[in-house]
Design a protein around this ligand. Structure first.
Ligand SMILES: NC(=O)c1ccc[n+]([C@@H]2O[C@H](COP(=O)([O-])OP(=O)(O)OC[C@H]3O[C@@H](n4cnc5c(N)ncnc54)[C@H](OP(=O)(O)O)[C@@H]3O)[C@@H](O)[C@H]2O)c1
Length: 299
């Protein structure tokens, strides 16, 4: 059987890199960086879709600077709304299905329970609004689409909370971490595996289209996530972790408002694709194998 061909936009990002890592027997991934395919340019996007035949196209590219987006709404919307629109149009013309990665930040976080796909989005910040506009552009343009909303993404590659914690932990004896925002960390590698499952379903004709939530399994706070990171780091290196001090969102002023509750109900994707959320601590351990290798005891 010919290998499954997956075309990825956003090669250098956390999820794009994990998707590129799917390359192997039976799976041929072509991953394009921003330099190769700028999502904000409709002609470039259309040409890339025509040039690279694929069973599935994946949009892992986005403007992800949540705070900066408050001051650059034009740029955020150009990448996060117009880019997916151009991609969806090109996919529709070429007859290709599209997985578009989106975010928990489309919700305002006021629901006391995990959000499911039927809940009404209500973003608190420009980034969330631009991502929601991108979702609407995809859903309104292309029937064969999967919008995959995820949260708190981390990987050994790219910029993320894990790497920020490890860096700050070497610079300061104490770190104040927000303890009243709840969400589920999600390893980028698990997102890539979920996308592969969708690609396999596309191949065998069992794909289900629409919006799905997918995150790691256990909810925690940023404070709880930091504790898990430093527990892993201390176990591996023996170096003492910084003191962690829980603080409230109000005590950590940033440009963009964040949802207090980012939990996403992932049962829908389980029923449609048989994809179950995994323990993010396993993904954390795998990322730490790269970021913070265990010190080998001298004998
Ligand atoms: N990070 C999170 O915690 C999180 C949480 C929920 C959802 N998500 C969603 O998950 C997806 C992947 O996020 P991520 O964390 O992997 O993001 P990331 O690491 O910030 O990577 C974003 C990628 O998008 C590319 N990009 C930016 N502007 C572009 C443009 N105009 N044309 C083409 N490529 C462009 C970047 O290229 P350059 O490197 O060249 O700038 C980079 O490769 C995004 O849709 C994001 O909204 C992320």
């Amino acid at each position: 059987m010919a290998p499954m061909r997956i075309l990825v936009f956003g090669r250098s990002g956390q999820v794009g890199d994990a998707l590129a890592g799917l390359n192997g027997p039976g799976v041929a991934v072509t991953a394009l960086s921003r330099v190769e395919a700028d999502l904000a340019d409709p002609e470039v996007v259309a040409a890339a879709i025509e040039r690279h035949p694929a069973d599935l196209v994946v949009n892992a590219a986005a403007y992800t600077a949540v705070d900066r987006a408050e001051d650059e709404p034009g740029l955020a919307f150009a990448v996060n709304r117009d880019g997916p629109l151009f991609l969806a149009r090109a996919c529709a013309r070429a007859g290709r299905p599209l997985v578009h990665i989106s975010t928990d930040y489309v919700f305002d976080g006021s629901k006391p329970m995990p959000y499911d796909e039927a809940d009404a989005p209500c973003p608190l910040n420009v980034y969330g609004a631009s991502k929601l506009a991108g979702e609407m552009a995809v859903a309104g343009t292309l029937d064969r689409h999967v919008i995959l909303r995820t949260s708190w993404v981390f990987a050994s590659h790219g910029a993320n909370f894990v790497k920020t914690m490890l860096r700050l932990g070497t610079q300061r004896p104490e770190l104040a971490i927000v303890a009243d925002q709840v969400g589920c960390p999600t390893p980028a590698t698990d997102i890539a595996r979920a996308v592969l499952r969708v690609a396999m379903a596309v191949r065998d004709g069992s794909a289900r289209w629409g919006t799905f939530h997918f995150t790691g399994r256990e909810a925690t706070t940023w404070f709880g996530f930091a504790q898990a990171i430093f527990t892993e780091a201390e176990r591996r290196t023996g170096a003492p972790a910084p003191r962690l001090r829980p603080i409230s969102t109000a005590e950590y002023p940033v440009r963009a408002r964040r949802p207090a509750n980012s939990r996403l109900d992932c049962s829908h994707i389980g029923l449609a694709y048989g994809i179950a959320p995994a323990d993010w601590r396993a993904g954390l351990a795998a990322a730490m194998d790269v970021l913070c290798p265990e010190r080998v005891a001298a004998s």
